[in-house]
Design a binder for this molecule. Structure first.
Ligand SMILES: Cc1cc2nc3c(=O)[nH]c(=O)nc-3n(C[C@H](O)[C@H](O)[C@H](O)COP(=O)(O)OP(=O)(O)OC[C@H]3O[C@@H](n4cnc5c(N)ncnc54)[C@H](O)[C@@H]3O)c2cc1C
Length: 405
């Protein structure tokens, strides 16, 4: 089965992971490392120049799974984070700076381009000889004893299917799982930049009336940008030539990093918040954006997705060790129960913060300003928030603590 490119008839596996993005790859690697017979289904994603700020727990999990060494050369440490209210409103929040040293860490985490992260995960999956069918799943159907996945030239049967197939998840639909969805009048323009001044390992999030404008360090004098605008403005800005765009970004960044050069690989991402009503049903468990989509504020999306992967792999491996059915309703219910608080609490916080930027409602600006003022002034509160951001109390699966699943 190893290295397979198409199903060519009928195949069977204990677990089939549908989707070869970062959440799917990490889930497959964790399951295989735990000794489960795991099959990965999904085409290679196109080069994704977006970056992911991987927080400390995610870096620990990747290290434990043997995937971090290949990431490290492409990743930049995030030692400090600044949040600046760049709105022109009457009630503006004070600037708040968070330093990893304040909570005894070298760095909150590391920022890496998704294409390098995915290459490192693909290499680790190949080392572990995880068989891959590099084709999309066309249909997924559960019955009492297993799940059947149809591909263009064959079919796969598994006792458990992991839906890691992104925000328009076929697996989620097959399990009959609905979502709660809210679209925002916002689109993120993403690109990477070289700049004249050093970033000093500091990410800067400017809060504007259209959403965050975030510069996150990359190795050397380079940074990634997520610039959230109303959709027409984002599309317009994305069309400008490199020189004009670099000048406009420097202006919006208040020349913080000096003159800039725009690198190839711009992206436009409409923003939404979406959460699956339940995270697993009918022998299908969801991870990553198949389970939850959040706007890019505070670098939470994939970090949540990796906690899904680590938690699910741990629960499934435990069930396997006890000779239990790995796709049973009790295993799936345990996964849903262990992930729900983390997913829901972060989704609500990010949604509220994003909406407080967009609204013209005066009182909400005041509440946001007061909250940031308190965070700025009260050291223990600031440190508690930093610790919760990096290592959430509601979710500490073994991989995030440096233990194998
Ligand atoms: C602008 C922006 C900035 C972000 N920054 C951060 C950040 O700093 N930190 C952070 O933690 N998160 C961040 N995120 C979120 C992060 O990018 C996502 O959480 C992450 O990419 C989701 O990974 P995934 O594997 O779940 O989904 P995807 O990356 O969408 O992968 C899904 C995969 O499934 C495959 N697929 C789909 N359908 C099928 C099928 N039928 N059969 C087989 N395969 C299928 C697709 O081809 C794809 O490869 C950001 C998001 C945005 C939009």
């Amino acid at each position: 089965m190893a290295g397979a490119n198409g199903a060519k008839g009928s195949m069977a596996a204990e677990v089939a992971v549908v989707g070869g993005g970062p959440a799917g790859l990490v889930t497959a690697i964790a399951l295989k490392a735990a000794g489960l017979e795991t099959l990965l289904i999904g085409p290679q994603p196109a080069d994704d120049y977006r970056t992911t700020a991987l927080l400390a727990g995610s870096v620990t999990a990747l290290t434990t799974l043997g995937a971090w060494t290949a990431c490290h050369a492409h990743a930049a440490a995030l030692k400090a984070i600044r949040i600046v209210d760049d709105t022109r409103r009457l009630l503006r929040a004070p600037e708040v700076a968070f330093s990893a040293a304040e909570i005894g860490l070298d760095a909150f985490g590391y920022n890496i381009e998704n294409r390098h992260l995915i290459a490192a995960l693909n290499a680790r999956a190949a080392e572990l000889q995880i068989p891959r069918l590099a084709a999309p799943a066309l249909a997924v159907a559960s019955d009492g004893a297993g799940v059947r996945i149809r591909l263009a030239d064959g079919a796969v049967r598994a006792r458990l299917v992991i839906g890691a197939d992104g925000r328009r998840s076929l697996c989620r639909a097959a399990a009959g799982i609905g979502t709660r969805h809210r679209g925002y009048p916002q689109t993120a323009l993403t690109l990477n930049l070289a700049h004249e001044r050093p970033h000093h390992d500091t990410a800067t999030e400017l809060h504007t009336e259209t959403g965050p404008f975030t510069l996150v360090p990359l190795p050397g004098k380079r940074s990634s940008l997520v610039c959230v605008l109303e959709p027409a403005g984002a599309a317009e800005l994305a069309k400008t030539d490199d020189t004009e765009l670099a000048a406009e970004i420097e202006r919006r960044a208040h020349s913080l990093l000096g003159p800039m050069i725009v690198e190839p690989g711009r992206g436009l991402f409409p923003l939404a918040v979406e959460t699956a009503v339940v995270l697993a049903h009918e022998r299908i468990a969801l991870v990553g954006e198949a389970a939850h989509v959040v706007p890019p504020i505070g670098a939470q999306g994939l970090n949540l997705g990796l906690r899904d992967a680590a938690t699910l792999a741990e629960i499934v491996a435990d069930a396997q060790r006890q000779n239990a059915d790995i796709g049973s309703p009790s295993v799936l219910a345990r996964y849903d129960a262990q992930r729900r608080a983390d997913v829901v609490s972060r989704t609500i916080a990010i949604d509220l913060l994003n909406r407080s930027l967009l609204t013209d409602f005066f009182a909400l600006h005041g509440i946001r300003g007061l909250s940031l003022h308190l965070v700025d002034r009260i050291g223990p509160l600031r440190r508690a928030i930093m610790r919760e951001g990096v290592t959430p109390a509601a979710s500490q699966p073994r991989l995030m603590r440096g233990e194998m699943v």
